[in-house]
Design a protein around this ligand. Structure first.
Ligand SMILES: [Zn+2]
Length: 400
């Protein structure tokens, strides 16, 4: 890195960074994390315009000193279900006491969500986004999926759209109780009237393709209906049992297939293929909260699969909004190194959302980052459960 000339008017030098993770392998130590010690960034117009050793930083009008803290790209939480009412604490307590999971769970959230006002749904979702932000998340995807009527799904997406551009239509989450015994009729509703009403409010279409949810033909019909209306596909697959989810995701060039707990060699091979563009998104909070087997992140990474980590924040199977928690579990129980887990929770999440402007602090990226009350990102996994994010910045400004 050569010394740069002075930055333009309005630029800010952010210095005093003990360790800067850029996710730009051209910078710093040359690893995937692109880590620079004793670093600074220059931010202008909400974007990173320079990053490197502080001693070489160009001059700028304004200077902020972070006082020797580590800085990481803001977390990109690429899988969250935040539009719902009620909670399921009693169900969680029963599960932890050894009672088997009952399928009635989602139905209770659907009933509470339908009964809630738009304002109540927004208030809850906004509160969770605030919680996420205070733990360092700067980009979040939000799914519908607890309305399961045309009106309730479209209003869920309108609520989500007030909080993020990454909105996902998940009308095919489960078959609602009023369609029991008539699942074909429900799939027809989702892929016609419901997707017509929801597509204007969504970027993505998602399906829960798993045992007890939707099969491959149903999932394909819904995803293709969304794609025909301009939505991009992603899906839940292979969480509860081995199934067709991963192969379907790869066949449709979905941006991501999420969970990936029960994979066979052909699934790993498909995700690792040279032409594959589908990210494997792992959701450790779900296995943690259901005492289930964790996905084998090590095998995926060793095969060359792009892996993301997200929270799956939802009231039933993973009611955490904390990316640092998920990262720590991924390191402890899924065979990831602290560096791999951080990359997956930032750059990996950005890949899963097909975004090149977030998940890194390379030149041209949004200046979205988290300041850690620690000298190194390694502390995120080394000090689990400790609130280490002391500040979250969006577009180069501290977030309230
Ligand atoms: Zn999910």
């Amino acid at each position: 890195m050569t010394p740069a000339a002075g930055a333009g008017a309005g630029a800010t030098v952010i210095g005093g960074i003990s360790e800067l993770v850029t996710n730009d392998p051209r910078l710093g130590d040359g690893s995937e994390l692109g880590t620079v010690l004793d670093a600074a960034m220059v931010v202008d117009g909400g974007q990173v315009i320079w990053a490197g050793p502080e001693a070489q930083a160009p001059a700028a009008d304004r200077r902020v000193d972070l006082g020797g803290h580590a800085v990481i790209p803001g977390f990109v939480d690429s899988h969250a279900h935040l539009v719902f009412a009620g909670d399921r604490a009693a169900e969680f307590a029963a599960r932890m006491a050894g009672y088997p999971y009952s399928a009635g769970g989602i139905a209770s959230t659907v009933a509470a969500t339908r009964a809630a006002t738009d304002a109540e749904l927004f208030h809850r979702a906004a509160g969770l986004v605030h919680e996420m932000r205070s733990a360092g998340t700067t980009t979040v995807e939000i799914k519908s999926g607890y309305g399961l009527t045309t009106d309730d799904e479209s209003r869920s997406l309108r609520v989500a759209g007030r909080l993020t551009p990454e909105t996902t239509f998940l009308g095919a989450h489960v078959v609602p109780v009023e369609y029991e015994g008539r699942r074909d009729d429900y799939v027809d509703l989702v892929r016609t009237e419901m997707v017509d009403a929801c597509a204007p409010h969504a970027r993505w279409v998602d399906v829960f393709c798993d045992r007890g949810a939707f099969d491959a033909d149903e999932a394909r019909a819904v995803l293709e209906a969304g794609m025909a209306r301009g939505l991009l596909p992603r899906l839940h697959g292979n969480q509860l049992a081995h199934g067709p989810g991963v192969q379907l995701a790869v066949a449709l060039s979905a941006a991501s297939v999420d969970h990936c707990t029960h994979l066979d060699a052909a699934d790993v091979e498909a995700l690792a293929g040279a032409a594959a563009t589908t990210v494997a998104t792992l959701l450790p909070g779900a296995e943690f909260s259901t005492r289930a087997r964790y996905p084998d992140a090590r095998a995926l990474i060793d095969a060359g699969v792009v892996v993301a980590i997200a929270t799956d924040c939802n009231p039933g199977s993973s009611y955490t909004s904390s990316m640092p928690f998920c990262l720590a579990v991924a390191v402890r129980d899924m065979g990831m190194t602290p560096g791999e887990a951080l990359w997956s929770a930032t750059a990996g999440g950005a890949r899963a959302l097909r975004r090149s402007d977030v998940g890194a602090l390379a030149v041209g990226c949004r200046a979205d980052f988290a300041v850690l009350d620690a000298p190194s990102y390694v502390h995120l996994a080394y000090r689990p459960g400790v609130a280490l994010v002391s500040g979250t910045w969006l577009g180069g400004e501290p977030s309230p």
